[in-house]
Design a protein around this ligand. Structure first.
Ligand SMILES: *Cc1c(COP(=O)(O)O)cnc(C)c1O
Length: 449
């Protein structure tokens, strides 16, 4: 088997996610034969550093021996069992450990099998909580501009990335979108905290005006990832928590991308010292091994559903693979690695190296900003950095970076004009420098004319 054979067969039968399939006439898909650590290898023997952690899911490298062993062991015991009316040790232990790790007050874990579904669970639970409490007029959700919460219809409704959303507009719930605290748009001389406070004024107004009808506010804490790795100051989350409490509105933290150490703390919410009413987890939950998601919530929410069956207050939501034991085993192995290797601490040095390696881009004539939160680093290309203008999306500047990466042993996948590094935590300093070099050359090429 070589690349060409597999590409031909692929294009005969597959439909790839998030892809205009016609693009493959000029940029064929890259068939991967195997992975090891941060490296991916194709069928022609070319290798790439997985700088995007395979869509932000991988934490400890591909084919990690410790996670492999745990899954293998679980597979010999029990691959799957219905979780309604039944239980198993991996899901119990995982729930105990997530409750232990999560911000104080999150005491219950509900499972799904992908991030979008974890969001659907939080939206439905929040609405249903208010219904069970006799507040049936609460039917709306508030989210931020530039946010992304997944692709299923409910999750897409609260998200606000036009590219994914606009086509399906007629099918979506009507969410209220408040202006993002995204610090890229601060005024000269303003810092991120000041800008976040200023942006919060509009959120406060929206909540005051709509408190009666709003179930919950949903946010991606600290980094709006799909929206272009746009970052904000934690003070926004503090203000939001306080306001949600004041107005009787839930706060949903979508930590699907930022959870599990990406922002420098286990969960991004920790940096604001807040406990959301719902915290959605997926992606890194299994270190990128298996599809699993969890929505954590409070005893207060849980108790609003706890009643005699005939009162019909139960949360009758399920997915076939809810709490899959193999996924839970992968998640347990992941949490073991966090504890045994003191990952959050050792990532501090790696984040520094990433910052140092990419710092020269601050002086690049076509880079408006280099920004970083923990293990997420992004450089934003702009034709006029002083005014932070954007290259028109039709120019597809990022594609040049992507192609240059593939020719130089790096899987970089820019989001529009934003070139970013979000590598697995097992990356070495040398590999970080390699990525920085390729990303910088890619930006040179992409912004040449
Ligand atoms: C990826 C992502 C989702 C959706 O998760 P899927 O598993 O792709 O459905 C939701 N929210 C955020 C912030 C994400 O990055």
């Amino acid at each position: 088997m070589n690349n060409a054979d597999l590409i031909r067969r692929d294009l005969d039968v597959l439909w790839h996610p998030c892809t205009q399939m016609k693009d493959h006439e000029t940029n064929p898909p890259v068939p991967i034969k195997r992975g090891k650590g941060v490296w991916l290898e194709d069928y022609d023997g070319r290798e790439f550093i997985d700088a995007v952690s395979s869509w932000w899911v991988n934490l400890f490298g591909h084919a990690n021996p410790r996670i492999n062993a745990r899954i293998r062991e679980q597979m010999e015991q029990l691959e799957h069992v219905i979780l309604a009316g039944f239980s198993h040790e991996p899901v119990v232990e995982l729930s105990e450990r997530l409750v232990d790790l999560a911000p104080e007050g999150l005491t219950r874990a509900f499972y799904a099998d992908n991030g979008s579904s974890a969001i659907e669970v939080a939206l439905k639970m929040s609405f249903h909580y208010w219904l069970n409490r006799g507040q049936s007029q609460k039917t709306r959700f508030v989210a931020l501009t530039g946010s992304y919460h997944g692709e299923t219809l409910g999750a897409l409704s609260v998200g606000h990335v036009p590219l994914y959303r606009e086509t399906y507009g007629p099918l979506l719930l009507e969410a209220i979108h408040a202006p993002s605290p995204d610090c890229y748009h601060r005024e000269p001389g303003e810092d991120c905290a000041e800008y976040a406070e200023r942006q919060f004024a509009e959120m406060e107004r929206i909540l005051a005006e709509n408190a009666d009808e709003v179930c919950a506010v949903v946010v991606e804490p600290l980094v709006q990832c799909v929206g272009g790795m746009r970052m904000h100051d934690p003070v926004y989350l503090e203000r939001l928590r306080e306001a949600c409490d004041r107005y009787g509105i839930h706060l949903i933290a979508d930590e699907i991308a930022v959870g599990f150490g990406r922002t420098g703390t286990m969960f991004a919410c920790e940096q604001a010292g807040i406990t959301p009413d719902f915290m959605c987890l997926s992606k890194g939950l299994t270190a990128g091994y298996l599809p699993l998601a969890a929505t954590l919530t409070t005893e207060e929410v849980y108790c609003a559903f706890y009643d005699d069956f005939n009162n019909l207050t139960a949360f009758l939501h399920s997915h076939s693979f809810t709490g899959n034991p193999l996924g839970c085993a992968a998640a347990l192995a992941t949490l073991d690695i966090f504890a045994e290797d003191e990952v959050i601490e050792s990532n501090r040095r790696k984040a520094e190296v990433m910052g140092e390696a990419m710092a020269p881009l601050n002086d690049h004539p076509k880079v408006a900003e280099v920004r970083q939160t923990g293990m997420i680093l992004a450089a934003e290309m702009s034709p006029d950095p002083a005014n932070r203008t954007a290259y028109p999306w039709q120019e597809r500047r990022g594609l040049h970076v992507y192609r240059h990466g593939l020719e130089n042993r790096a899987l970089l996948r820019p989001l529009g004009n934003v070139v970013y590094l979000m590598p697995p935590y097992v990356i070495s300093e040398e590999e970080i420098h390699h990525l920085a070099r390729v990303a910088t050359e890619g930006i040179d090429i992409a912004t040449r004319d």
